[in-house]
Design a protein around this ligand. Structure first.
Ligand SMILES: Cc1cc2nc3c(=O)[nH]c(=O)nc-3n(C[C@H](O)[C@H](O)[C@H](O)COP(=O)(O)OP(=O)(O)OC[C@H]3O[C@@H](n4cnc5c(N)ncnc54)[C@H](O)[C@@H]3O)c2cc1C
Length: 102
């Protein structure tokens, strides 16, 4: 789902450390943060990212930070320019659908 969102936006997909190291959803090189890559995109969208400092360190130079998280108290919202409190499995498909209509 995240890959599809990145594709419709013409973007790239990265991840947090647990996704690459523990779940092996993406390769190690895709990890963003203190022990991963520092990125500087026009737009960063954190999908189900809690926003721990070790990850946020890698996204600080993004021009716009957007976050989707079901926890309104997730730390990512304190660094986000825009955010949606909601279930990513609800939010992301709707966003993809809207973007495809544009
Ligand atoms: C020395 C050291 C170096 C580290 N370096 C890095 C690094 O470089 N990069 C990095 O990323 N991490 C790094 N970490 C790990 C870091 O501390 C965090 O554990 C990690 O960033 C958390 O990843 P996460 O946000 O995917 O997971 P979690 O912290 O588990 O957060 C998951 C989030 O998803 C939300 N969520 C769950 N389900 C849904 C849903 N259905 N819809 C919407 N939201 C949902 C939850 O509310 C939660 O906020 C490092 C840790 C250490 C100790």
């Amino acid at each position: 789902m995240a890959s599809e969102l990145a594709t419709v936006l013409g973007g790239e997909i990265g991840c947090t450390r647990p996704l690459s190291e523990e779940m092996h959803w993406l390769p190690e090189e895709s990890c963003i943060g203190l022990s991963g890559a520092q990125v500087k995109p026009d737009l960063y969208i954190g999908v189900g990212v809690s926003g721990q400092i070790q990850h946020v360190t890698g996204i600080r130079n993004a021009r716009v930070i957007c976050a989707f998280n079901k926890d309104e108290n997730a730390p990512i919202f304190s660094v986000a320019d825009f955010g949606i409190v909601g279930d990513l499995y609800d939010v992301v498909p709707k966003l993809i659908q809207k973007l495809k209509q544009m």
